[in-house]
Design a protein around this ligand. Structure first.
Ligand SMILES: [Zn+2]
Length: 222
């Protein structure tokens, strides 16, 4: 049974028993590996870049590729430039592409949860959303799950000091994904940590995440 890496920037991590979803930003479009699952999005940090219309058009083009399974990472980040208004505008343009092409979205969100929830409320429940790199409290996990989000957990779970340690058990298993993002820790180590923390076998976690992947993207991962 495969390990699914829900969100990674380490293209090389796709191998034998790992299926990774590679995530590309606007400066990485020339590196896209069209043989493997991928997502494309204008990151909120790049929302002030020039030629955004060109990038939006390219994202729209990629949605015709069967390996392009989602839009992301996109979102809001209040501790980084550009302003939240500019980020919000670019975010919404991409949500509209996602909505019209029926592609799920992978979200980067830092200290902008109220804005994110308000934005999500404007879209139909048919658009599926996953928060990548979730590392918040159990209260936040519960709030996001109640609003329909999937939560993807990364290498923070290896850090004993994080709030995520207690939040993890509050994420229903049918809303959980695991990812490496930019970490050099392999996806197997993240599955092992979650298996230990939740006292669930790796086999069962793998099966659950394959089911979640199939439901989220409406495709079989193999
Ligand atoms: Zn990322």
């Amino acid at each position: 049974m495969v390990y699914i890496d829900f969100h990674t920037h380490n293209t090389l991590q796709t191998d034998g028993d790992i299926i990774a979803v590679n995530s590309y930003g606007t400066d990485e479009l020339h590196t896209i590996d069209f043989e493997n699952f991928f997502t494309v999005g204008i990151h909120p940090w790049n929302a002030g870049a020039e030629q955004l219309d060109k990038y939006l058009a390219r994202i729209m083009d990629y949605t015709n590729n069967p390996k392009m399974i989602g839009i992301g990472e996109v979102g809001l980040d209040k501790i980084r430039e550009p302003s939240i208004d500019i980020q919000q505008k670019v975010f919404i343009e991409q949500l509209n592409i996602a909505y019209h092409t029926q592609k799920p979205v992978t979200i980067h969100c830092v200290k902008a949860w109220d804005e994110l929830l308000a934005t999500k409320a404007k879209y139909s429940d048919k658009l599926l959303w996953a928060i990548h790199g979730f590392n918040g409290s159990h209260q936040l996990a519960k709030q996001l799950v109640d609003k329909g989000f999937y939560l993807s957990v990364g290498s923070s779970i290896l850090n004993e000091q994080t709030k995520l340690q207690s939040a993890l058990a509050h994420i229903p298993l049918n809303r959980l994904f695991l990812e490496t993002d930019t970490s050099t820790v392999g996806i197997r180590a993240i599955y092992e940590a979650v298996s230990t923390r939740l006292d669930i076998s790796i086999k069962n976690i793998k099966q659950q995440i394959i089911n979640n992947f199939t439901e989220f993207y409406q495709i079989e991962p193999l």
